[in-house]
Design a binder for this molecule. Structure first.
Ligand SMILES: Nc1nc2c(c(=O)[nH]1)N[C@H]1C(S)=C(S)[C@@H](COP(=O)(O)OP(=O)(O)OC[C@H]3O[C@@H](n4cnc5c(=O)[nH]c(N)nc54)[C@H](O)[C@@H]3O)O[C@H]1N2
Ligand SMILES: Nc1nc2c(c(=O)[nH]1)N[C@H]1C(S)=C(S)[C@@H](COP(=O)(O)OP(=O)(O)OC[C@H]3O[C@@H](n4cnc5c(=O)[nH]c(N)nc54)[C@H](O)[C@@H]3O)O[C@H]1N2
Ligand SMILES: [Mo]
Length: 685
């Protein structure tokens, strides 16, 4: 007998889809997850799951999925790990004993928890941190993705709010700015398509021709890191041509005189010079934005991944404050809807237990933190795959391989991080545990019940932390909360966005829209900043990367996500690897191919200050001269040289929010010549 259930997708994506999942018995009569699609009733998911998550059953039932605690038996520097299965008691006792020893000898701050958003569940993704705050462990700053964008948005607008995504069909101009939304926010596409049917124009601002640029009516292929210049050039035209909404500016903004003065210097000629666009393109985009109401701008966190990426995003975000688009249905700008979920987060993840004296570690600087000099004795990693996704990953891996560092990894997959663990603890998946979900792309809260018994001996993260906590004598009651306890606390705010949303109703419905006003127009009449106005100052200025291109490193490398993976999740599935092109590659423009003697289809060396990888080269005008693009955080195991693209990236932080700079790397590319084998492995030329 098959049965279906509706569950929110737990993955780190703005869509937070309502999925329809199917279970059916296998030959042993054991119920398995067999199919995933979208809930046709959900107004935003609209019945389809993305190209990746339809394959979730293959990852759920993957033969390599860890299903029992595993103890590493050979040195972590040996390339092929040997594991011995252990019981939960053996594993938890041994880990707790070692943690206790570290606490006694060096204090709990010598323990480094490391986590990100492998699951977005508020229980298994966030509340699970309670153990570390209760112990007084080091605190990891979750900066790998959204912190530059959040800090940039906060400067202008306060909390991150977005127009109702179901209003997008009312927009007449849609600008996809630094977001590859057809891949990374695919449930926006039906909204864009509906707007297009209503006559909207769709344009894309991106340094290379990605899927979204190909779909758009016009692609503005700007030089990476030049967004502030382009925005100032557009603002120049808005002011000069009187395309500003002066009533909005007068009522709800502060600092327009300074902004106007800065924009004055950015005529079309200077803007073209700085952005690599033509003067005609600058004037055309300015005219479109200046004269089309409503204009909807969708911004991606991706564009912030440069040294001055915070300022770049902030510049774009201020455009609707000059055009007044916030007041038009379907107009405005969108980065994240996270600010609309006005939950009580005071005890979420044991936030109230966090001590001020614990060391703060920026997660982008894990390579440094794992250096023996940093003094950590243990790291516990969950909801994250840093050996593949963190910058400067050769050094991250070397750190994880240290014999004197206890590495515990809670995982659903045998990732490259898990392969470097002393202990792998099998984690339950979203169909196997209960949880609560917000979204950063829409306005629905989600509740998932546990639909399936965990496979093997897998357990939810929280169970594992609770068992460690008991062994370490932690008494904080929040550590032992159930989802019901957490949910009651989260909803206990009295905030109007949660009016009428009770735990009972949410659990019954599974998905509930926030109680937003009928016509939801953020920043249209009220701005939740201390001044009550959009802050146009400090005025965004175009700044050039410190890591300037040089004759040694003449190319900028962008490393955006793949269409068929979710960060590194799904990178283990053969089928999705094939769909993505079977192996990672790098795109270079024909001019660069000629300049550096690179032959399409051949293998090349990509060399940065951090490291080197080998990839097959694609010569294509999808890239622009001087900019190479390597899509996808592939597992190193799929690469010709066994290495992740993050062997090349650096720990450099953004100007705002201490964020990551994955699109900032400077490299050179050399032909591989006749050296056809790497570490004894034949390359297929
Ligand atoms: N299929 C798929 N979907 C995903 C993910 C995935 O891995 N795969 N990851 C999820 C996660 S965690 C996130 S954070 C989001 C990320 O999704 P996006 O926000 O779309 O992020 P990126 O693809 O990194 O960057 C978007 C675009 O920014 C461009 N870009 C780079 N530098 C600049 C610049 O200086 N200016 C401008 N204007 N553009 C620039 C890149 O070329 C890229 O096309 O997607 C989520 N959704
Ligand atoms: N070069 C380059 N690097 C990047 C990026 C880029 O664009 N370019 N993007 C960056 C961005 S935006 C992000 S957000 C990060 C993402 O980096 P990560 O947060 O590491 O995301 P994933 O690679 O999806 O890995 C998440 C892991 O969590 C595990 N997981 C999922 N659910 C659970 C659970 O319930 N319990 C446990 N214990 N584990 C679970 C999954 O199996 C998976 O291995 O990568 C960053 N790295
Ligand atoms: Mo992300």
């Amino acid at each position: 007998m098959t049965r279906t259930a509706l569950l929110t997708c737990p993955l780190d994506c703005p869509d937070a889809c309502r999925l329809k999942v199917t279970f059916a018995p296998d030959e042993q009569g054991r119920e398995r997850l067999t199919a995933v699609t979208g809930d046709p009733q959900h107004p935003y998911t609209r019945g389809f799951a993305c190209a990746k998550t339809v394959h979730y059953p293959s990852r759920q039932n993957h033969p390599d999925r860890p299903l029992t605690p595993l103890r590493r038996m050979n040195p972590k520097t040996d390339p092929v790990p040997q594991w011995e299965a252990a019981s939960w008691d053996e594993a938890l006792d041994a880990i707790a004993e070692r943690l206790q020893m570290i606490i006694e000898e060096r204090g709990a701050q010598a323990i480094l928890p490391y986590h990100y958003a492998g699951t977005m569940g508020l229980m298994e993704g966030t509340h699970v941190h309670t153990l570390w705050r209760a112990l007084g462990a080091a605190e990891i700053e979750e900066t790998i993705c959204a912190s530059a964008g959040s800090a940039a948005w906060a400067l202008g607008y306060g909390p991150r709010l977005v127009p109702d995504p179901l209003d997008i069909p009312h927009a007449r101009l849609i600008v996809l700015w630094g977001i590859n939304s057809l891949s990374t926010n695919s449930h926006l596409t039906p909204q864009i398509t509906a707007a297009r049917k209503n006559g909207a124009r769709v344009v894309c601002v991106d340094p290379y021709r990605n899927r979204t640029a190909a779909f758009a009516d016009t692609h503005y292929k700007l030089r990476p890191g030049s967004d502030a210049a382009l925005v100032l050039g557009i603002m120049h035209q808005l002011f000069v041509n009187g395309w500003t909404d002066d009533a909005y500016i007068a009522e709800l903004t502060e600092g327009v005189a300074e902004l106007r003065a800065e924009a004055e210097g950015w005529d079309a000629g200077r803007t073209a010079g700085a952005t690599g666009l033509t003067e005609g393109e600058v004037l055309e985009l300015a005219r479109l934005i200046g004269t089309t109401r409503p204009t909807y701008i969708r911004l991606g966190y991706g564009m912030t991944r440069h040294e001055f990426g915070g300022t770049g995003l902030r510049a774009v975000s201020l455009l609707p404050a000059l055009t007044g688009d916030w007041r038009h249905r379907g107009g405005g700008a969108a980065l994240s809807s996270g600010g609309a979920f006005a939950l009580n987060r005071t005890r979420l993840g044991g936030a109230h237990l966090l001590r001020e004296d614990v060391p703060l570690v920026n997660m982008n600087c894990l390579a440094d933190a794992l250096d023996p000099a940093a003094g950590f004795g243990a790291t516990v990693i969950y909801n994250c795959n840093p050996a593949t996704v963190a910058p400067d990953s050769d050094r991250v891996r070397a750190g994880l391989a240290r014999e004197d560092l206890l590495v515990v990894v809670l995982e659903q997959a045998m990732t490259e991080t898990a392969a470097l663990a002393d202990w792998v603890l099998p984690a339950a998946t979203f169909v196997e545990h209960e949880d609560v979900f917000t979204s950063y792309g829409h306005h629905w809260l989600g509740y998932n019940r546990a639909e399936l018994e965990p496979l093997g001996e897998a357990k939810p993260n929280t169970w594992i932390m609770q068992e460690l906590g008991r062994r370490l004598g932690v008494t904080a009651p929040e550590l032992y909360w159930t989802v019901d306890d957490l949910l009651a606390d989260l909803l206990d705010t009295g905030h109007p966005h949660l009016a009428g949303i009770t735990p009972e109703r949410l659990k019954e419905a599974g998905t509930l829209r926030l109680s937003l006003p009928e016509e939801w127009r953020p920043y249209a009449h009220e701005v939740p900043t201390p001044s009550g106005r959009v802050q146009l100052t400090p005025v965004p200025r175009q700044q050039e990367a410190q890591a300037a291109l040089t004759p040694d490193f003449p190319l900028r490398l962008l490393t955006p996500p793949a269409h068929h993976f979710l960060n590194s999740t799904y990178g283990l599935l053969e089928r999705l690897n094939r769909a993505e092109g079977a192996e990672p590659s790098v795109m270079v423009h024909p001019q660069d191919a000629q300049a550096y003697a690179l032959q399409g289809g051949s293998y090349v060396r990509l060399i940065s200050e951090q490291g080197e990888v080998q990839r097959r080269v694609q010569v294509t005008d999808a890239a622009q001269p001087g900019v190479a693009v390597a899509e996808g955080i592939w597992w190193g195991t799929q690469a010709p040289d066994g290495k992740s693209i993050n062997s090349l990236t650096a720990q450099t932080l953004t100007d705002l929010g201490g964020g990551s700079t994955f699109h900032n790397t400077r490299i050179r590319i050399e032909p591989l010549g006749t050296d056809l084998s790497v570490d004894g492995k034949e390359l297929h030329l």
